[in-house]
Design a protein around this ligand. Sequence first.
Ligand code: BJW
Ligand code: ZN
Length: 244
Amino acid sequence: MTDTNLQILRSRLQQGQDLVVLTGAGISAESGVPTFRGQDGLWRHYRAMDLATPQAFGRDPRLVWEFYQWRRQLLAPLQPNPAHQALAALEARLPRFTLITQNIDGLHALAGSRRIIELHGNIWHLRCTGCGQVREDRRLDLPPLPTCQACGALLRPHVVWFGEMLDPAVLAAAYAAVETCDFMLIIGTSGLVQPAASLGRLAKQRGAFVAEINLEPTPQSDFYDLSLQGKAGDLVPQLLSASG
Ligand code: BJW
Ligand code: ZN
């Protein structure tokens, strides 16, 4: 991050602006969580349409559950990194701060963030396909086809698959925050998946200053006020250590 760009972002934080942060898989990459796209991304090795759609689950729930059980086992020992921690510290400092994440890994909460809008759900929550009940369940030894204690129907991961609507209340909360913020920081997302990919543009249209932190430019970069290339685990803490 150049000194000038750093100064701009610091000064906005010092002004106590209403900040919205949107995170994607890139913020968890340095914790060891695989991203979705890019060289070692999950969707390079597995077909999203076979594993992350309601049709795939309907066709072969056992296969989809195998994929999610594997990911739960992979995630279980992983820890938040300095970028997650810096955002948790920001939440504690700023009176007006909203964290929106596309990530289902739960690492923001583990880092100490409290008010988190999880757009795509949470892999540690299971939802009943019969009665709709959602429960936290961190077991790593789930049966191959876990069922609901209340009604006996098949459980599924409480995540949002392609072709599914986001929870309307969750999406409404995200829009409300984005529409009224005056500073939005977008970290570690390829900006390809809707509707999350449009949130930055919406903030910009509403007059907010929008900055992005990513290893590389994204399709959205040209629309933002600043696009900073680098690792979230390096840049986000720098931003904070200079703002307090
Ligand atoms: C670093 C870094 C480091 C790496 N530091 N940076 C309009 C037009 C066309 C299609 C659609 C449309 N509206 C909706 C759609 C369909 C679809 C969609 O968007 N498809 C596109 C791919 C074209 N969207 C949906 O289906 C959504 N539902 C919906 O819109 O409902 C209404 C509707 C339904 C049907 C038709 C039309 C409308 C739901 C989307 C659900 C996404 N689900 C997933 C899986 C969640 C569960 C799971 O994990 O298994 O969510 S897919 C996956 O992508 C996951 C992520 O949250 C999401 C976004 O990925 P993200 O976070 O951006 O990760 P990457 O890997 O893509 O990028 C990582 C970035 O980090 C890279 O840029 C790196 O450079 C960077 N990076 N290391 C900083 N250290
Ligand atoms: Zn049930």
